[in-house]
Design a protein around this ligand. Structure first.
Ligand code: ADP
Length: 366
């Protein structure tokens, strides 16, 4: 089937009228950030923040009009308002979350109210101060370790800058929309998965403005048919930007885990992550030191390439738990990059045991 074009999408959207203004949403210039990828369509609808909550039917209508086009697999439309772009770090986040749905009766403005996640018992975010420290590798292996322990697990790849989870889970299929209009998550190795990478091209993801990316991520949590989950693990983008803040304020996170390599510079970034979660009252379950030391596959000798132990010391200094260390080992890279993470491809190995020990500690905190 021919690939759907932007013109076709805009043409379909012209059938959707903003009744208050008696013009269609394309003529009104409300469509932004249109993304097309293998039959998946994502776009923003710019709205006045005051009207946001009233425009949900319009958003649904827009999604439906595009979904009716031949060749469209999923549609993600998000309402976006420039003024919602950067919630102040100091804004009240309410009391620490008591579970999905947030604290009942809290008087938060709508933008900071926790989403209601029916059927999802806990949500854990995996964060890192900077990219390339092995955050996604850790997220995948931890999610699989929880599943190996009998938990029902979902893994959401929210890394807009480099979505890699489907590849690490060996998923090549594309998600489809269910009859009820939800997006069906993909599954492999016993866990469910959804990725922002299914909806947007990697190169263009990073030019999405903060509110569009967070809107799309919120929908990937809300509009995906996750079913009953003991835990939804979210692989966050690296760093501490608007996306993190909004997610921390909107998603009822049970806690966050910070992944760092042992050297000073990476740790300084990890510290920023800690401070951010503290500001929005999200408990940090602890630090994981990845690429902790190098274990030579030939001679078995161990080398502390990044001066091993930095994360443990840092955790102690900050009064946080140190959850464990994972060495730099080519087996970890090869297995995760080939879609067979070590926890499933060699469950009895020492590394798999380390991931399972960490997962147990995390579970105890949940
Ligand atoms: P991030 O999510 O922090 O950007 P990734 O998880 O994508 O990092 O990891 C970056 C690269 O490093 C990947 O190729 C991955 O396989 C590799 N890697 C991650 N952790 C380890 C490890 N402990 N040993 C060896 N390679 C690793």
């Amino acid at each position: 089937m021919a690939e759907i074009t932007a013109e076709q999408v805009l043409e379909a959207l012209k059938s959707v009228k903003d009744t208050d203004k008696d013009q269609n949403i394309v003529e009104l210039g409300m469509i932004s950030g249109l993304q097309l990828k293998d039959g998946h369509v994502a776009f923003g609808i710019e709205v006045d923040p005051e009207r946001g909550s009233m425009l949900e039917p319009l958003r649904k209508e827009a999604e439906k009009s595009v979904h009716d086009l031949p060749g469209v697999l999923t549609v993600t439309a998000v309402l976006t308002a420039e003024r919602e772009a950067a919630p102040e770090p100091a804004a009240p986040a309410g009391p620490p979350p008591g579970g999905p749905g947030g604290a009942p009766g809290s008087q938060q403005p709508a933008a900071f109210q926790k989403m209601d996640l029916l059927g999802i018992d806990s949500v854990v975010a995996i964060a890192s101060g900077k990219g390339g420290v092995g955050k996604s590798t850790t997220a995948v292996n931890l999610a699989l370790a929880m599943a190996a322990d009998g938990k029902r697990v979902g893994l959401l790849d929210a890394d807009v800058y480099g979505p890699s989870i489907p590849r690490m889970l060996g998923i090549t299929d594309q998600p489809e929309q269910t009859a009820s209009g939800m997006i069906a998550p993909l599954e492999n190795h016993g866990i469910k998965c959804m990725s922002i990478g299914f909806l947007i091209e990697e190169e263009t993801a990073m030019i999405w403005r903060g509110p569009m990316a967070t809107g799309a991520l919120e929908q990937l949590i809300k509009d995906v048919a996750w079913g009953e989950l003991d835990c939804l693990v979210i692989d966050l983008p690296p760093g501490t930007g608007d996306i993190h803040l909004t997610l921390a304020q909107r998603v009822p996170l049970s806690g966050a885990i910070i992944v760092s390599t042992p050297q000073d510079i990476a740790l300084a970034d990890a510290r920023k992550g800690l401070n951010m979660f503290a500001k929005v009252d999200i408990p940090v379950f602890g630090l994981i030191e990845n690429m902790s030391y190098f274990s030579c596959p030939h001679c078995g000798e161990r080398t502390d390439i990044f001066s091993h132990g930095g994360a443990r010391k840092e955790a102690e200094k900050l009064g946080m738990d140190f959850l464990g260390e994972i060495p730099l080992d080519i087996v970890i890279r090869e297995t995760s990059d080939s879609g067979q993470p070590i926890v499933v491809s060699d469950p009895k190995s020492e590394h798999s045991k380390s991931y399972r020990d960490i997962a147990e500690k995390v579970w105890a905190k949940i």
